[in-house]
Ligand binder design. Structure first.
Ligand code: HEM
Ligand code: HEM
Length: 142
């Protein structure tokens, strides 16, 4: 995003990133509560597999909440909240370099953690499908 040469385009790309991020936050909130009230179908698994599944899924949820929240707090504290036309998605926090710095440091560090988690998660899904040959992938279908 930083490398976009045109100033107007850069603003659009940054704001687009923010709006997509906020949409993800809304969807994750819905999905999270849906998951809590709809228990997953039972799957045969060892204790270690269950521990790995719980750890990575919870970590993914935490990252899916923390990532957009950190970006949102950083943007508002940095004086550039997300916008949709005349609608400004503000937060009740005062603009300030210090908070913006902390929030964006977190946002950037979370990007790495996210990549590691998603890689582990996708590898696990492939492991189930091609090595264990069970129905974990098909369970995603409605
Ligand atoms: C799941 C949602 C999101 C993901 C996966 C995500 C991902 C990223 C990534 C990978 C970067 C680049 C980090 C780097 O420079 O190393 C970034 C930067 C940035 N994000 Fe997000 N983001 C999300 C949500 C948001 C939201 C909701 C906002 C604001 C409302 C936001 C605002 C920003 C800004 C302003 C930057 C530039 C920060 C800087 O210059 O250091 N992001 N984001
Ligand atoms: C090729 C990409 C992906 C595949 C094949 C995949 C596959 C799966 C499968 C099969 C499950 C269900 C496990 C079960 O029934 O117990 C699952 C759950 C989940 N996935 Fe993915 N996934 C992918 C990408 C992602 C990404 C990119 C994210 C997050 C950014 C993600 C987040 C989650 C979360 C949070 C759950 C737990 C859902 C719940 O139980 O509420 N997945 N994934």
């Amino acid at each position: 995003m930083d490398d976009v040469p045109n100033k107007l385009l850069k603003g659009i790309v940054f704001n687009g990133h923010k709006l997509i991020g906020l949409t993800i936050l809304c969807l994750v909130i819905l999905r999270f509560f849906w998951m809590l009230i709809n228990p997953k179908p039972y799957l045969e698994a060892t204790r270690l597999e269950r521990l790995a599944e719980r750890t990575v899924h919870w970590a993914l949820y935490i990252a899916l909440f923390a990532m957009p929240l950190a970006g949102w707090i950083g943007s508002v504290a940095g004086g550039r909240p997300p916008r949709w036309g005349s609608l400004v998605f503000n937060l009740p926090i005062k603009p300030g370099e210090y908070v913006a710095d902390i929030a964006f440091t977190l946002h950037n560090k979370l990007a790495i953690i996210f990549i590691v988690l998603i890689s582990l998660h996708v590898l696990a899904a492939l492991f189930h499908h091609f090595v264990k040959k069970d129905h974990v992938l098909q369970r995603m279908l409605p």
